[in-house]
Every structure is written in C-alpha cells, then in structure tokens.
Design a protein around this ligand. Structure first.
Ligand code: UDP
Length: 328
C-alpha cells in the first residue's frame, strides 16, 4: 500500500515507517522536523519536509504519490506544556489535523490510522482501562487527541472516512536503527539511562506516596516495535470498518522504582535517585486492557518483559550517544 506517515521522523513514527518499508509498503514521510530528526527518516522511505498547515503542499504530496492511506502521528505531545500553552496544542493537534482530514477528503483517501493516547481517559476509576472506560482528559494534550478522534468519527458519518485510533500507553525501547531522542527528554526510561551514563546527576522520582505497593506510580510499558506492529494490523482492518484500540501490555505494569531497578540490572550502573514531589496530573496507575486488539486483530506483544524493553533502549543509546546528531 502507498502510505503517508505524518510525523514519520519522530520516535514512534520512525519505527512504524521502518516496519512499513520492511513489509514492502511504499512510504512517504511528511514531517516539519520541529521535533523529528532528518537522521530518523528510514532508508527506503521518501521524505517530504512539510507542515500539515500547508494545505497545498500536503494535497500535492498526497496526489503526487497516489497515497492510499495515512498514518497520522505528527502532533505536539508534552502533557505539561499542553496545560501551559493550550493554543499550541489546539493548533497543532486539532487545526492541523482538520487540514489533513480535508486534504484527504479532497484527494479521496478514506483510510487513516491515528496515534491517540491513554491521556484521553484522564484518571479513570477502573483498571485495567478498556476502550469503553469513559474518556475524561485532565490535560490539553489528551483533550486535543480526543477532539481529533471525534472529528474522525463525524468525517466517517459524513464522508465515509475509515479510522483506527490507537490509544498508546507508555511507549519505550528501540530498534537497532531507531530510538528515542527528545529535547527536552521527559520520559522515565531515557532519563534513567541518561543518569546511567552520567548525562544527568540522578533520576528524580516524582512522588512515593501514591497508593501503590512501593508508593511510586505504575505504568504499562509497551515496546515501540509491538506498538508499530499494531499500526500495520490496523491498516488492514480499515478495509472493513473503523476501530478504537488500547495499546499496552496489560498485566500488573511496573512502578517507577521497578523501572529504575531494571535499568540498574541491565546497565550494571548504580543510577542515583532523588525523591521529589509528585508531578501534577500523574495518575497513580495506568494499565491497559488490550483484549480487544488481541482478539480482533490477533495482536500479541513480543516484548512484554521490561528488561528486554530497557535493554533495547540501552543498546540504541550506546550506539547513538548524541542521539541523531552526527548520525546523518
Ligand atoms: N517519572 C519520574 N521521574 C522522571 C520522569 C517520569 O518519576 O524523571 C514518572 C512519572 O511520574 C510517571 C512515570 O515515571 O509516573 C512515567 O512517566 P513518563 O513521563 O515516562 O510517561 P507518562 O506516564 O507521563 O506518559
């Protein structure tokens, strides 16, 4: 299939593009490089540096490449920033998304896979979280992702668009070529590994007075390769229907302390920690029920063990000590 990947020069986008190319799809990456990296554009994919808000360039890219489906991953995705700057998030995640939906409509492209998020649920009362758990975002990031999900729903009603919305839990890990290189880095696993190599003096634990066994927050970490595989499966389902799926490994999840302990084991480094205050808006526990995508699409995570996830991130970090800088 001929697929446009928006945000394909980003962390998850690069891994999705890598799998699409490996599976024989024709891939066009559309990315404005505001957060992505030129060096993260995978071999075998065409790259167009462009902004979704540039409707003419976007339409031309869709037409010139005879695109059949879009995987839409370009977005602003920092929870804290989204609360400080709601306008930026509405602009990049909703307004730009509507430009994309309109361009798709004009070019008669009816299939879209969308990167959504567990943040659409807010702080739900039930765990594990199901797709039927009520959505109630507690930050602008989750709110704007949910707004785009709803827009797709109404475009389906009006124009026959088919969408698969994938609500990610905590993506982590790397492939040999593609890994996590954010600036600023806010995610626990890369921060912990940066502390392991001495790039940071310590990891700050954001609170240990949560109602969990060791008092730190519990999250559902999913390997980026397993996440990417779900996008490829979701592309297929669009020939029949639209769908919304949670994507996590389920189980009991891992606490912040367990993640740091795992990183110590994998790296063999001490990794100093400091206890800090809670980070505003962090729910105590976020665990996905991914039963639906398992039973309907046959999706199965291959890397459920946190050790394997951390190990892949560690291998990538050592091979790319400066991230994508100096790596083309
Ligand atoms: N966390 C932490 N210290 C850090 C970064 C994160 O204690 O330097 C915690 C955070 O409070 C959350 C968990 O680690 O409970 C995962 O955070 P991350 O930002 O990686 O993902 P999120 O769950 O926010 O999407």
């Amino acid at each position: 299939m001929r697929v446009l990947v928006t945000g394909g020069a980003g962390y998850i986008g690069s891994v999705v593009s890598e799998q699409l190319v490996n599976d024989g799809h024709e891939v066009v990456i559309y990315d404005n490089l505001s957060k992505g990296h030129r060096g993260a554009v995978v071999e075998g994919a065409r790259f167009v540096q462009g902004d979704l808000l540039e409707a003419d360039q976007l339409r031309q890219t869709l037409n010139d490449n005879r695109i059949e489906a879009v995987i839409h991953m370009a977005a602003s995705s920092l929870v804290g920033e989204s609360v400080q700057e709601p306008s930026k998030y509405y602009h990049n995640n909703v307004v730009a998304g509507l430009v994309l939906l309109n361009a798709m409509r004009e070019c008669q492209i009816k299939r879209i896979v969308f990167s959504s998020t567990a943040a659409t649920y807010g702080e739900p009362e039930e765990q594990p979280i199901r797709e039927t758990t009520p959505t109630n975002p507690t930050n602008t990031y989750g709110e704007t992702k949910l707004a785009f999900e709803k827009a797709m729903h109404w475009f389906e009603r009006a124009h026959g668009l088919r969408y698969a919305s994938l609500r990610y839990f905590n993506a982590a890990g790397a492939t040999e070529k593609c890994g996590e290189d954010h600036d600023p880095e806010t995610h626990l696993i890369p921060i912990t590994l940066q502390a392991a190599v001495g790039k940071r003096a310590h990891v700050e634990i954001y609170g240990d007075d949560y109602p969990t066994e060791d008092g730190t927050c519990i999250r559902d970490y999913i390997h980026v390769v397993d996440l990417a595989r779900a996008h490829i499966l979701a592309l297929d389902v669009l020939s029949e229907r639209s769908a919304i799926y949670n994507l996590g490994c389920g189980g009991d999840g891992y606490s912040v302390r367990e993640v740091i302990e795992t990183a110590r084991r994998v790296t063999g480094k001490e990794i100093p920690v400091r206890l800090g205050p809670r980070r505003p808006g962090d729910p105590a526990v976020l665990i996905a029920s991914s039963d639906q995508i398992r039973s309907e699409l046959g999706w199965q995570p291959q890397f459920q063990d946190l050790g394997l996830i951390v190990e892949s991130a560690w291998t990538w970090m050592r091979a790319h000590p400066d991230g994508y800088v100096n790596h083309g």
